[in-house]
Design a protein around this ligand. Sequence first.
Ligand SMILES: Cc1cc2nc3c(=O)[nH]c(=O)nc-3n(C[C@H](O)[C@H](O)[C@H](O)COP(=O)(O)O)c2cc1C
Length: 199
Amino acid sequence: MIINPAELDTHSVYKLLAGSVVPRPIAWVSTSSRQAELNLAPFSFFTVASREPPMLAISIGPRTGGEAYAKDTLTNIRETREFVINIVSVSLADAMHETAVNHAPEVNEFARAGVTPAASVVVATPRVAEARISMECTLEHMLKLGTDYLVVGRMQRFHIDDDLISNGRIDLLALDPLGRMAGNFTKVESLFDLPLADK
Ligand SMILES: Cc1cc2nc3c(=O)[nH]c(=O)nc-3n(C[C@H](O)[C@H](O)[C@H](O)COP(=O)(O)O)c2cc1C
């Protein structure tokens, strides 16, 4: 089957994209508003954008109800030019999911999700204390691509639980990262090597 996305409606294309580009990591993004209200929300359109200097990218779409105003994460990053990406372990799945709900901007989503804000070093926005990895970012680029905004952050600090690093590598099974599939989720249950792979 060959499909021309231009002949499908937006939601049908989205469903095919979300089921084709899998599994996706989840950036659990903390931001603060100009009034210092805290916000948390998950974004699975998320990747490394540059290794040197280290940059991370997320893509923020329009509100699903078609409302004209931007998602709080986008508004906050525009205003403060900073954010923190927290990595979601399986143990944090329910808390993360709670923050995908469309709460009013003044709702503190840390409190709503039952997680603890911990001070960052470079940015004013706190990280999630319960996340085993967090990355402080300052806004490098914001690019409007179609309906979405590609937000690229320069990663200024890693926060990694001590017991997660050995020989400079992350213990992936201990991290237990949650992955996003189309509408549902996956966990990393086994790892294997490809002997001929370029290491
Ligand atoms: C696992 C997961 C991944 C998501 N990924 C994205 C994404 O990549 N881009 C996006 O715009 N919304 C994504 N969403 C929806 C946002 O999290 C949701 O719109 C949220 O309410 C935005 O919150 P905010 O208004 O506080 O920024 C995702 C939701 C879930 C549960």
